[in-house]
Design a protein around this ligand. Sequence first.
Ligand SMILES: Nc1ncnc2c1ncn2[C@@H]1O[C@H](COP(=O)(O)OP(=O)(O)OP(=O)(O)O)[C@@H](O)[C@H]1O
Ligand code: SF4
Ligand SMILES: [Mg+2]
Length: 416
Amino acid sequence: MTRNGPILRVEGLETRFFTEEGQVNAVHGVDMEIDDGEVFGVVGESGSGKSVTALSLLGLLESPGRVTGGEIWYRSAELADSVAEETPTAVDGDYVNLLGLPDRVRRTLRGTHFSMIFQDPMSSFNPSLTVGEQIAEAVEAQQRARSNPRSVASRTQGYGLSQYLMSFVSSSRKYVSEESRDRAVELLEMVGIPDPVLRAEEYPHEYSGGMLQRAMVAQALAGEPNVLIADEPTTALDVTIQAQVLDLLDEIQAETGMTILIITHNLGVVARMCDRVGVMYAGEIVERGALADVFDSPVHPYTQGLLGSVPDLGGSSGRLQPIAGNVPSLLDHEMPDRCYFADRCPKAMEACLRKPPELPVDGAAGHTAKCYLAEEPFDESTALPDGYFEGGSTDAADPADASGAAEVASDGGESE
Ligand SMILES: Nc1ncnc2c1ncn2[C@@H]1O[C@H](COP(=O)(O)OP(=O)(O)OP(=O)(O)O)[C@@H](O)[C@H]1O
Ligand code: SF4
Ligand SMILES: [Mg+2]
């Protein structure tokens, strides 16, 4: 799709939470390449690390979370140019490793280069300011950031997730120009808010949920970002409004060529919106590739389970159904040294007691799976006996040890 290489290249991203119970490996070894102008979907069960991945990309993690490894290469010749002198090791041609930049520089990228829309629009708006004013502030702040990156840095001390968009507001109110206010009305019109001039003067509580979600899209677009991250952008909405917001994102993407990373539980949304998809499980991307390859010929039994549990991908019922078994603990000392899905996998084999690397799937460029079945067909003769992992024998090394423990593994577990 792209001629110049991906706009975003994530390599070996590791994010940990350092909690009283121990180190939580929320994201480990995530690799992702997103092309310019593509819509990339990340899908997976609750707790699989989707939001933490997004927050890590934007540098919005809050304590006790920390990115502990990996690189996030973002292609922007303009940015590479502007940071080359101060942080030469973070620059490679037109690419900049975001993790090698000082926080104050990363902050200036939010809104301008990257923007995010969240599941709950209420959390992104300040209840005491009009919607129009807040969008105008976002326009204003981004214009200032573009012309002088350092000016934003000093105004956004203590920047965190909750202040992500609000911080544009309180600090810069008095500087909002007439042009920015006009632009806010234009943006409200663009996202399909009727009577935008009047609605711009209203407060967030005067908007319905669907309208506020649209306004949040307008706010996220105010800085003309190159990459938009949408984390469950429609989950809180009813089905009709969901479809409208997705149509809107679709249209904007087609018009502006913006790159979108969309995070969702809803496989119908992925099927409808995405060019490529990454399936997350236990902090890893376990399968990725072009939408048609992953959806029509899934290799990883987890992907197969997700897809198999959804009767109608196009409809409102496209949400993930629980797969039998427990979501694994992400505590470092509890994570086994084998395929993390093995205790829920109907095809677990002896080989799976060693951790599978990411393997290419035959016949489809860019289709990979962290599963031995990418390379070899399921061999029943090496299948682990039913009930092998029951009773906490998660790291047993010899299948013979467990041959007596023969309860059915695939239907006995709790769902999430
Ligand atoms: N503040 C925190 N402290 C400790 N662990 C955390 C914290 N936030 C997230 N985690 C860990 O990171 C894991 C991944 O969380 P994340 O929010 O990314 O899941 P998700 O895939 O977005 O789930 P959902 O679909 O429910 O939004 C969680 O299972 C949890 O173990
Ligand atoms: S590596 Fe083995 S246990 Fe893991 S998903 Fe593939 S077949 Fe199942
Ligand atoms: Mg999430």
